[in-house]
Design a protein around this ligand. Sequence first.
Ligand SMILES: [Fe+2]
Length: 274
Amino acid sequence: MVAERNMPPGTYDASARRTRAARIELDDGRPPRVHGERIRDALAHADIVHVAARAPASDARKHWDAIVRYVGERKPLDENAITFERTGRTWLDVRFDPQRQHTFRHSCTAQPLHTDGAYDRDPADIIFFFCERQAPANGETLFLDALELVFLLEREDPKLLEQLRARPVTFSKGDGGRKEATVIADGAESPVLCWNYYRTEARDGEERASIERFRSFLEERVVAAGRGLSIRLEPGEAVFFHDARTLHGRRAFEAKRLDDRLLWKGGLRLGRGA
Ligand SMILES: [Fe+2]
């Protein structure tokens, strides 16, 4: 992946590549600054960084709060579950709640591939989750990085790729924000993605058709075909990723009771140098 960096926009060498994550382990004996700098360095070379299992901290949010301040500037992510307005709180819980299964945040259903910042005018550069409790079965987090996406589209549906690059789409979510962007744009180090099927507003039938075609492509040619990367986070593990350089989603999981699966999500902005 490093060799693909520093190329002019639009000339990425995506030949036969696959989405990968850098995997790092943190030594419990080191201070939060060392852990944070290690994660930040890893994110300078990889779109996805999987922080391997460690004993879950008794106050895990406080533990990660101390580390991530050395990765980037915190962007508050929490939103009101009904109005989607931002609450100003830094952590957003992604918890199974049998009473609130109408949202992906609380359901046990599969979540299609998307970027979190699709409807946000000022999105986080990095999204991260740590796992407090994993479901009894399944619940893997899925990733497809932008270079693999472009590679697959070039090979299997170049016309769709052309549409996704050419035509801006409007994304919105209640009071949470509204943005117009092309689904795939050129960027300095990787194509830049903006996608959330459920937040699209099509202006006409042609645009709706291209949105539906891309949704099917991701479901059938990527997720059902087992492409991309699947990470089943265990308690104590975390994953950090460049939101606009990857699509993420999840597989369905088994759950019955409140909090049978519980992830905590945060967002960061990177300053210069990462
Ligand atoms: Fe997400």
